[in-house]
Write a protein that binds this ligand. Structure first.
Ligand code: F6P
Length: 543
């Protein structure tokens, strides 16, 4: 059923129409209990969505979408290992990667996947123990001081983001670096700070064929071999992949290869051995706390009613803003330096998953999907793009994330950080009318004509919707839960929009064309059949 023709859709459109002329200030003025009515708590978290442009009726209609789209049925299909990624005929069982031992089987193709999942986790534990305990030695007998993860997309963004997010939990004796870009500047500048004798490379690629990763891996190998010889490869390279044949062909000892499975999508793979560099950075005990947090969020998503379901509420509010208020963008604003890479990570999770042109039947969509996600850590963003959010006359729903306790508690910082976060959501909600601005300027001693001249520049429309998510602190458990929250939000949206969030054909198309252009740029194939622009660009580079 196409979403926009579903019975639940029309009343929502009517509700949006009647709310259109009502300012958020009025919604707060009309309901003393608005904060209590439009906020929810879970495991010490607080989700405040009272500054969203919804009322009780709209919220209740949004919750009806949950049943109308059969979210419970789709959750059961995911948990049951069905091939819900139907264009690739694959299950999406990332939830198994954080399913605790002893809590029952998770079935895929007639087999329980849990023994293999826990065996791989155990292998990670042993390996991290050897590296941290300095038993794992490089070719010259020295212990490892630096780990370089080479991967891209899901084989990079998750562990990279989480390593930064959990800097406060970092193992003191090991530095972990990430290289993703095909541009040699990424690898070259990383290697410039390292010694081959004490460097370990993790080559992370689900397919082990991705051009960027294979090129960077080959260059890293050449760097190592030049310094220490071929024999050093076994002690300085490990791999994480579903393609263990290619890993062996690259020359990595199968004993040093960590496996995962085709039922783990790239952007959902942090919880698998793709998390190895993170586990090296923070230790396997902390990595397991991350898994425990994600599992706790899984259970919450599977069981909570939509009006108390954190991923569900975020999904429903996204649908509301996108499909009924007309937003085509969302700003993600973590007031946490440690979560600075979260917007980039979520760009892949949200836009690669839900940026789709057709529904599950292959028919063109009848509604907008996946707003453009962007953002930056507060307060830095305040001094960059917030001006446009305040006065640029675009509807930009904002999502603030902050922690009650600082992870790096320097005196005087945390209260100011929180004050800025809350001030922004307040300002975006309230705005400041022309009259209020004029009164304020006059009260400050400004002459009446000057106040009248400046007031239009210094007034703000407000009514900009926002959500604020507060966590008690940023630790492995809460980070795991936060990332699982977004995974399930994306899934819930995909169900409502009736799209497959687990494939990424747009990315594959770019890879295919790059493969065709490479021999032309290298002068190994004629520049035939190219459009004039592409031919002109290549001709310039070949001069
Ligand atoms: O970006 C497209 C993609 O296929 C992602 O889904 C994946 O995370 C990334 O490429 C890297 O792929 P691989 O892990 O196979 O190298």
């Amino acid at each position: 059923m196409k979403p926009a023709t579903a019975a639940a859709w029309q009343p929502l459109a009517a509700s949006a129409g009647s709310l259109r002329g009502i300012h958020l200030r009025e919604l707060f003025a009309a309901d003393d209990r608005r904060f209590a009515n439009f906020s929810t708590r879970w495991e010490g978290w607080l989700l405040d969505y009272s500054k969203q442009r919804v009322d009780a009726k709209a919220l209740s209609l949004l919750c009806d979408l949950w049943q109308a789209a059969d979210l419970p049925g789709w959750i059961a299909r995911m948990r049951g290992g069905e091939a819900i990624n139907h264009t690739e005929r694959r299950a999406a069982l990332h939830i198994a990667l954080r399913h605790p031992a002893g809590k029952g089987p998770i079935m895929h193709g007639g087999h329980d996947v849990m023994p293999a999942v826990h065996a791989e986790l155990e292998k990670m534990r042993r390996f991290c123990g050897e590296v941290h305990g300095r038993y794992w030695r490089g070719a010259t007998g020295e212990p490892i001081s630096d780990v370089v993860n080479i991967g891209i997309g899901g084989s990079d963004l998750g562990p990279r983001m989480a390593t930064q997010a959990l800097m406060a939990f970092r193992h003191p004796a090991l530095r972990v670096h990430y290289v993703a870009n095909l541009d040699g500047a990424d690898l070259a500048t990383t290697l410039a700070t390292l010694q081959p004798r004490t460097t370990l490379f993790v080559i992370a690629s689900k397919t082990f064929t991705t051009q960027e990763t294979m090129q960077n891996a080959a260059s890293a190998r050449a760097w190592l071999v030049q310094a220490l010889g071929e024999v050093a490869v076994a002690r300085h390279f490990v791999a994480v992949s579903t393609n263990l044949g290619e890993v062996a062909r690259f020359g990595i000892d199968p004993a040093n290869a960590f496996a995962f499975w085709d039922w783990v999508g790239g952007r959902y793979s942090l919880w698998s051995a793709i998390g190895l560099p993170l586990a090296l950075a923070i230790g396997v005990d902390n990595f397991e706390k991350l898994l425990a947090g994600a599992h706790a969020m899984d259970e919450h998503f599977f069981t909570a009613l939509p009006q108390a379901n954190l991923p569900g509420l975020l999904a429903l509010l996204e649908v509301w803003n996108t499909n009924f208020l007309g937003a085509d963008t969302r700003a993600l604003l973590p007031y946490s330096q440690s979560l600075g890479l979260l917007p980039r990570y979520l760009q892949q999770l949200e836009m690669e998953s839900n940026g789709k042109p057709v529904d599950r039947q292959g028919e063109p969509l009848d509604c907008a999907v996946a707003p453009v996600l962007w953002g930056e850590a507060g307060t830095n963003g305040q001094h960059a793009f917030y001006q446009l959010i305040h006065q640029g006359h675009r509807l930009i729903p904002c999502e603030f994330i902050a922690c009650r306790e600082a992870d790096f508690d320097l005196p005087g910082h945390q209260a100011k950080l929180l004050a800025n976060c809350f001030a922004q959501s307040e300002a975006l909600m309230r705005g400041k009318t022309l009259g209020e601005t004029t009164t304020e300027l006059l009260a400050g001693g400004m002459a009446a004509d000057e106040a009248a001249r400046l007031a239009p520049f210094r007034s703000f429309p407000g009514n900009q919707p926002s959500t604020t998510l507060l966590l008690p602190r940023l630790d492995p458990f809460n980070l795991g839960a936060l990332l699982a929250l977004y995974e399930h939000k994306v899934f819930a949206e995909s169900v409502i929009w009736d799209i497959n969030p687990f494939d990424q054909w747009g990315v594959e198309y770019g890879k295919q064309l790059a493969g065709r252009l490479l021999p032309i740029i290298e002068g190994k194939a004629p520049a035939a059949g190219l459009d004039r622009s592409t031919a002109g660009l290549i001709a310039y580079c070949r001069q």
